[in-house]
Design a protein around this ligand. Structure first.
Ligand SMILES: [Fe+2]
Length: 146
């Protein structure tokens, strides 16, 4: 059983966003696997996966923000604020583990899971609804992949 199995309820119907969310799930699952093994909480593989996750989160947020700008999303400020505070937190946590400070990797993985799941269910769902609404209204200048 995976730590966060991908389920249909997470599909927002926006191809590029769904694809990236799926990848975030798989990186979080990988991170969970990494912290299940080994006595030492801070080990190389964990850090490596954590870095990969952090950089993918940044890429994902930048994609979402480009989309939001393109469609003049009314709630863009709120979304960006969410992105910025999460980015700050994961970078801080990542640095903590890197410097060897004692942290509980399981706590971090649980935090990541909860954040990603609620980010999709709350904020990205509203964004996806807005995109679907634009499509239905016949707006044709949506970016590719939407
Ligand atoms: Fe997202």
């Amino acid at each position: 059983m995976e730590f966060i199995p991908w389920e249909n309820k997470y599909v927002l119907g926006v191809e590029i966003i769904d694809k990236q969310h799926k990848h975030l799930f798989s990186l979080t699952n990988e991170l969970y696997e990494r912290c299940r093994y080994g006595e030492n909480a801070v080990h190389e593989q964990f850090i490596k996966t954590l870095h990969a996750l952090v950089s993918y989160v940044l890429e994902h947020f930048s994609t979402e923000e480009k989309i939001m700008e393109h469609i003049h999303y009314p709630r863009i400020a709120e979304q960006k604020e969410q992105h910025a505070s999460f980015t700050k937190k994961v970078i801080e946590e990542s640095k903590k583990f890197e410097s060897g400070a004692h942290g509980v990797p399981q706590d971090l993985v649980h935090f990541l899971r909860d954040w990603i799941v609620s980010h999709i269910a709350v904020f990205d769902q509203v964004l996806a609804d807005y995109i679907h609404h634009l499509k239905k209204s016949g707006i044709t200048n949506l970016p590719d992949g939407l």
